[in-house]
Design a protein around this ligand. Sequence first.
Ligand code: 26A
Length: 354
Amino acid sequence: MAGYSLFAMGNPLLDMQVTQGEPLLEKYGLKANDAVLANEQQLGIYDDLVKNWKVTYVAGGAAQNAARAAAYVLPEKSVVYTGAVGDDELAEQLRTANGKEGVESAYQVVKGQRTGACAVVITGHHRSLCTTLQAAEMFKPSHLASPKIAPLIQDAKFFYVGGFFLTHGVESALELAKHASNASKVFTLNLSAPFIPQFFKAQLQQVLPYVDILFGNESEAASYAEANGLPTDNVADIAKALAALPKANAARPRLVVITQGADSTIVASSEPSDSKTLSNLTTDDPNPKIFPVQKLASEQIIDTNGAGDMFAGGFLGAYILGKSVTESVEAGHALGAMCVQQVGPTLKFPKVNV
Ligand code: 26A
């Protein structure tokens, strides 16, 4: 057997989700639509949720969500995911969720540590993510060289790393990125949150030359532009600038895929491209190309937690199947829309064809 085609890596987290969380935003100084690492004052939120709120527990971790979304559109045994967990009950919950949805868990288990958690505070259609990484930030690059994991990397043809992982794991991210580049495989990265381009600019800069497909949303693109002094706040122009950055493997063009919630998705390529290239946009396509989103009625939306991850995973799954960029965007849109109509970063089962 050829092995898993997609190798994904990130912070495995259990989401602790609550609705009507306005008082929590106030109490812990969180913004309605943001993702942060919990600071000292915010670390009390997890106990507070358990004691005083009705919590829904659901498998999260941005790259792990995307891995499950890719598995949704790919044949069985296509997706493997790694990251570090503790030796606790939370890790078991994550393994079970992955197993049910066709993702092989190749966790590094850190003895005596707890699995990471993310407080997901829903207010209206907004979601505020406040994370404590725990075991997730103890991931060691040596795990990638272990006898169990190294063959999975050798066999994989596509890689997906969460930008969130760059807060602690740039060395491991670079190892996958360089492997992909040297072997002319496809390396993909998600910008993950505005604080990544803002506060982890150096780490991002180290990885970007190896990125074949970059995912992000409008606020992450804006944050990148600001952190790097780009003379524009136009999302299409920022996407083009990101696509044009230097690239280690010049044989592949770079694609930059920026979502904007219910507004159009923008795809920029580092070259005008034809159907034989990675980008699969035709020579007649504008660059960047704009893909409208079918808007859902407000009452159809349960919450937006994980929608961007499901978009990225759906896009990548379709792309791995050899679909065009247009079809891949459509698959991404379908899974993003499916996700917002469910509680948390979850998809519909039994599976619906996308
Ligand atoms: C390092 N940080 C802050 C994080 C995360 C994260 N995943 C990895 N690292 N903060 C939030 N998330 C996850 O993002 C998903 C929504 O996009 C949450 O677990 C949530 O499932």
